[in-house]
Design a protein around this ligand. Sequence first.
Ligand code: DX5
Ligand code: ZN
Length: 228
Amino acid sequence: MAVQINPSILSADFARLADEAKAVEGADWLHVDVMDNHFVPNLTLGTPVVESLARATDIPLDCHLMIEDPDRWAPQYVEAGAQSITFHVEAAAAPIRLAREIRAKGARAAMALKPATPIEAYEEILPELDMLLIMTVEPGFGGQSFLDVMLPKVRRTRELIDKHGLQLWLQVDGGVSASTIERCAEAGADVFVAGSAVYGAEDPAQAVRALRAQAEAATAQASWACGH
Ligand code: DX5
Ligand code: ZN
């Protein structure tokens, strides 16, 4: 699977979201962080903003729900126009049922793990998903330092994906930048969320291209990618 770069609009100017989407032309997805001030200690946006953003850009929306009770709310984000919905397993009451519901509504279903949540308990769930998100910071804020200690989890997840022959995308989110993206790609990630590294750059579209080039080069060297 080709490398994908998903700029996170958490680091964008929320008063100019349509322009900020245009500023990352060439990005694969726009990463939209939904925070409810309960699951994480921060508050961002909800379905009205997702609806407007979906109308304002051709880039598909990758909605990362950092909210309590995703079983109840996630389907509404598909209706609002998001093509990929990520819920946190720590918050979901019935992750398999929820993933099936998201897929049945026509979106890609993804599940996220906070840093202290192990992957091993979820091996059987993986075939129900289109993407797995391994958080490389504690969710809640942009601009935090990348947690290197998550790289073994990325590696073990890639091994599980290969062991089961799955077409599952493996996303990393948090502290992904020019100085960390190669290690993520080498460990097995193929979808990269970057907030401050993209929107903090002088030219966000150029930052996307540069991150992609780095990730592609690192993937080409990675042992897990041989034969993919
Ligand atoms: C953090 C969010 C991230 C955030 C990443 O909870 O899920 O998507 O925007 O920001 P950076 O890339 O600046 O760490
Ligand atoms: Zn996110």
